[in-house]
Design a protein around this ligand. Structure first.
Ligand SMILES: O=C(O)CCC(=O)c1ccccc1C(=O)O
Ligand SMILES: [Mg+2]
Length: 378
């Protein structure tokens, strides 16, 4: 692959509806888009899934930009790349920065797939032609508001719903949802809001036939989760705690989770995703694809990984219209009766709407191998 140019753009997008979790509320999103261009005219695209504040992981859009320009892009551009797997190898000595690394690596994967004229899902080993879709529902102002929202999403056809919980907004609430929707495929996501002192409270969730409870305990823990899982029948799914193949290996070994939420950004890219996928297959651990309120570009990557066979549950891959007045790709991501088609076009299979992206752009910077070489000697 001959990468001639990398373009970073930062855009701002208003969310159609604010999104509240146990740690904060997102009203809009600043997004860093990475475009890698090759000599033969193809462009690969991806986005950093960092949000505006360091409340999900330690990264933000404002920490990603200087890491990209100072460390990651010089590594990428220092010599030609044969295969996208080499990108994560080059980034190995740089600590952390998972979302930023993934954004670059995923753009290279998209470029690679386009150069081969094949869909990204197929290049990764995906086996599905359509995927099932779930929806993640933020904390609402009342129980009634939540029940109304769920009724709407059930009507739209979503295959499972995920309710955000926190202490005091949990047992009674989920009981009310279960009473109203006895057969609904339902799960809860705590975003780290509990401790082991809450075992008695969390045990009450066992009667509600939840598919799983996501990340009940601290973002950096896999030990207490193993203890908690011993007390619960409901499977624990980890999100924040898993950054790598080795994290997942240790969590499986300890019994810290029975299900894995995979976010490509959180684990540093698609190569790591593929390693985790193989590990979960070998251990019969179901996976599903989490979301970070992505634009259509990040969403397209999420759809591609969800086509892999071990992605056994619906993911948080709602269609464009769930998040945005207007998305930045053509066509927009659509859902039909709770399913989405995996695109059969080359690469991510959706065309970035470059004119609209340019309108939304607040900063832009271009990098070439030559300029990087000059800068390295400054
Ligand atoms: O993209 C989506 O719809 C999923 C939203 C979601 O749950 C989420 C959004 C931002 C940060 C963390 C999470 C999470 O899965 O914990
Ligand atoms: Mg989560």
């Amino acid at each position: 692959m001959n990468i001639e140019k990398v373009i970073l753009r930062q855009i701002k997008m208003d969310l159609l509806h604010p999104f509240t979790t146990s740690v904060g509320t997102e009203y809009d999103k600043d997004v860093i888009l990475v475009e890698v261009q090759s000599a033969n005219g193809h462009s690969g695209w991806a986005e950093s899934v960092s949000i505006n504040e360091p409340i999900y992981n330690e990264e933000t859009i404002d920490t990603n930009w200087p890491m990209l320009r100072k460390f990651l892009l010089p590594e990428l551009l220092k010599a030609p790349i044969g295969h996208p797997r080499e990108v994560s190898e080059r980034f190995q000595s740089i600590r952390g920065q998972f979302n930023a690394k993934a954004a670059v690596e995923q753009a290279v994967w998209d470029l690679y797939a386009k150069e081969q004229g094949r869909p990204l899902a197929e290049v990764l080993g995906g086996t599905k032609s359509s995927i099932e879709v779930g929806v993640s529902i933020g904390i609402t102002e009342s129980e009634d508001a939540l029940l109304k929202k769920i009724a709407g999403y059930v009507k739209e056809g979503y295959k499972r719903i995920k309710v955000k919980i926190k202490p005091g907004w949990d047992v009674e609430l989920l009981r009310a949802v279960r009473r109203r929707f006895p057969d609904l495929e339902m799960m809860a996501d705590a975003n780290c809001a509990y401790t082991l002192d809450d075992i008695p409270r969390l045990k009450q969730l066992d009667d509600l036939n939840l598919m799983m409870i996501e990340q009940p305990l601290a973002h950096d823990d896999i030990i207490d989760h193993a203890e908690l899982q011993k007390h619960l029948n409901t499977p624990i799914c980890l999100d924040e705690s898993l950054h790598s193949y080795d994290d997942v290996r240790k969590a499986i070994e300890l019994g810290s989770c029975r299900i894995v939420n995979l976010k490509i950004g959180r684990v540093g890219g698609l190569q790591e995703t593929l390693k985790i996928h193989k590990l979960c297959q070998d251990h019969h651990i179901p996976m599903w694809c989490g979301g970070m309120l992505e634009t259509g570009i990040g969403r397209a990557h999420n759809i591609a990984v969800t086509a892999l066979p071990q992605f056994l549950y619906p993911g948080d891959t709602a269609p464009s219209s769930h998040y945005w007045e207007r998305d930045i790709i053509h066509p927009e991501v659509r859902m039909d009766r709770g399913e989405m088609k995996v695109p059969d076009q080359p690469g991510i299979g959706f065309e970035p709407d470059i004119d609209y992206i340019e309108q939304l752009t607040s900063h832009k910077e271009t990098f070439t191998p030559k300029e990087m070489a000059v800068r390295q000697h400054d």
